[in-house]
Design a protein around this ligand. Structure first.
Ligand SMILES: C[S@@+](CC[C@H](N)C(=O)[O-])C[C@H]1O[C@@H](n2cnc3c(N)ncnc32)[C@H](O)[C@@H]1O
Length: 289
């Protein structure tokens, strides 16, 4: 595989996530219902307190920044960064609707951070780090901006076999067109999915007490049609694959995907298992940057 040009890659990411931002707003209630337990998990693991200054990296449409802003209260504040202006616009609307005045949403590439050393009491991030071209560099910079004693609490996707939600469409599409096997060293959904992947990076940057836990959840849908619409509209990384299918192939792929997810029916819902890794680490020395 040709080496990744980080600048080009970041611009591609920005465009990809801007393209799906309206769908993230449309499906916000679904995202909230199925994934909000991870926000509570990160807010707890980062030991947020009233008055803290918190950084959320790759906040998308406000997860977990909005819950963090509620947790730190009016004496505290959250800086929430994302590449995509479209995702940030949705997040701003949601924060405004809730009357939150202690979050600053800012468009930035989070690989390096525009902040002084020891600027934040805690750093939180949900489903973003695996998309970065240089994860060790990003984690080093997270460590730089954390105050001594502060926690990093992060969530990334676990392995594909435990996430039929993402795996099924990829497997089905692969039966119809050739998709190169993802390079495990390139950014992607499952880049940090194995036990120890992110933990190892955090330990190498000198963060302390690193824990890495797999956390299970599930995604509930009323029907296979609802699932299919959801995945096609929300999953930026899958869209280029659907786009490569011919009209005829698309019909067959969609029927196959629906057949596969119908096997996860429970009562009147389709319950698709999901699994995440929650990696938590602490900065324990004063900044030497
Ligand atoms: C899967 S979404 C997760 C959004 C949100 N944290 C959530 O859990 O709902 C990934 C987000 O990471 C952002 N992102 C990807 N690479 C980034 C980068 N280099 N800098 C900042 N944001 C980035 C994308 O724009 C997108 O909003």
């Amino acid at each position: 595989m040709s080496p990744l040009d980080p600048k080009q890659y970041i611009e591609m990411q920005r465009q990809d996530w801007n393209r799906v931002a309206p769908a993230w707003e449309k499906w916000d209630q679904y995202l909230d219902q199925n994934l909000s337990f991870i926000n509570y998990r990160l807010v707890g693991d980062a030991r947020l307190r009233a008055g803290y200054r918190v950084l959320d990296l790759g906040c998308g449409t406000g997860y977990p920044a909005i819950l963090a802003a509620q947790a730190v209260g009016s004496q505290g504040s959250v800086v929430a960064l994302d590449l995509s202006e479209g995702m940030l616009a949705v997040a701003r609307r949601k924060a405004d609707d809730l009357g939150l005045t202690n979050i600053l949403f800012q468009a930035e590439d989070i690989t390096t951070l525009p902040f002084d050393p020891a600027s934040f009491d805690a750093v939180i991030t949900r489903f973003c780090l695996m998309f970065l071209p240089d994860i060790p560099l990003a984690v080093t910079d997270i460590s730089r901006v954390l105050k001594s004693g502060g926690y990093l609490a992060s969530a990334v996707w676990s392995t594909a076999d435990k996430n039929p939600f993402m795996r099924i469409p990829m497997e089905v599409i692969r039966r119809f067109i050739e998709i190169p096997t993802p390079d495990p060293n390139q950014p992607g959904i499952f880049r940090l999915s194995k036990p120890g992947d992110l933990m190892g990076i955090a330990e190498k940057t000198g963060l302390h007490g690193v824990t890495d836990e797999e956390v299970a959840g599930e995604s509930l849908f009323d029907s296979a049609d609802e699932y299919l619409a959801n995945i096609k509209e929300l999953a930026a990384p899958l869209q280029p694959l659907f786009a490569r299918l011919s009209q005829g192939q698309r019909g067959e792929v969609e029927a196959e995907i629906k057949r596969a997810v119908n096997q996860y029916r429970r009562g009147d819902k389709i319950a698709l298992p999901m699994a995440f890794r929650v990696v938590v680490a602490r900065k324990l020395h004063s900044a030497s940057f």
